[in-house]
Design a protein around this ligand. Structure first.
Ligand code: GRF
Length: 195
């Protein structure tokens, strides 16, 4: 392993395809990161099995096991601190994190979002792009701040919107770019942090 390998924690809620894309990038000995843990906020998230397949330690900190958001975030914070990550990647993690949770990680916690931010924050971004009549769409990796999908953008990838596109065809075109963009943006961040 590269002596300068950055330790990365990945938070997921669902199928985990972006987590797998990051894990695949980490297989390259020249890539400056390793995934030290995957944490899901949902039992049975597809990404957990995929982390197992990749041989990556994974666990669940389910929101439903805690009485409130603060307690859930406190448990997440404790686990993350114990893993000593240099960077935290949100990859389909469906929660807005509080300022208190984010403070220790500011500048070191990033997210991937399926739109060309600042356009189309939140859910259903592909339908929103179609409804807006956009001629291009894409994805963004950005710093995480308390505002939803509002942090500074690190990198973006663009795709054309084609005649006859549906949300599904557009999503399929964007996710291919997500899987290339996230490892690229993570590497850019790690290099800029000098981890
Ligand atoms: C991706 O489209 C990502 O941009 C968004 O949620 C989706 C997660 O997909 N934040 P996956 O779980 O990585 O497959």
């Amino acid at each position: 392993m590269n002596a300068k390998t950055a330790r990365v924690a990945v938070l997921i809620s669902g199928r985990g395809s972006n987590m797998v894309a990051l894990a695949q990038a980490c297989l390259d000995p020249d890539y400056p990161a390793e995934i030290v843990t995957v944490i899901s906020d949902t039992y049975g998230a597809g990404g957990l099995a995929r982390a197992d397949e990749q041989g990556i330690k994974n666990l669940v900190v389910a929101r439903k096991d805690f009485s409130n958001k603060q307690a859930h975030e406190a448990a997440l914070s404790r686990l993350l601190a114990a893993c000593e990550p240099d960077v935290i990647c949100l990859a389909g993690f469906m929660r807005i994190l509080s300022a208190e949770f984010l403070a220790p990680w500011q500048g070191r916690i990033i997210n991937i979002h399926p739109s060309l931010l600042p356009k189309h924050k939140g859910l259903d971004t592909h339908a929103k792009a179609l409804a807006a009549g956009d001629t291009e769409h894409g994805c963004s990796v950005h710093h995480v701040t308390p505002g939803m999908d509002e942090g500074p953008v690190i990198a973006q990838a663009r795709v054309p919107v084609l005649a006859g596109d549906t949300s599904d065809t557009l999503a399929a075109r964007v996710i291919v770019e997500e899987h290339k963009l996230y490892p690229h943006a993570l590497q850019m961040l790690i290099e800029s942090l000098g981890v």
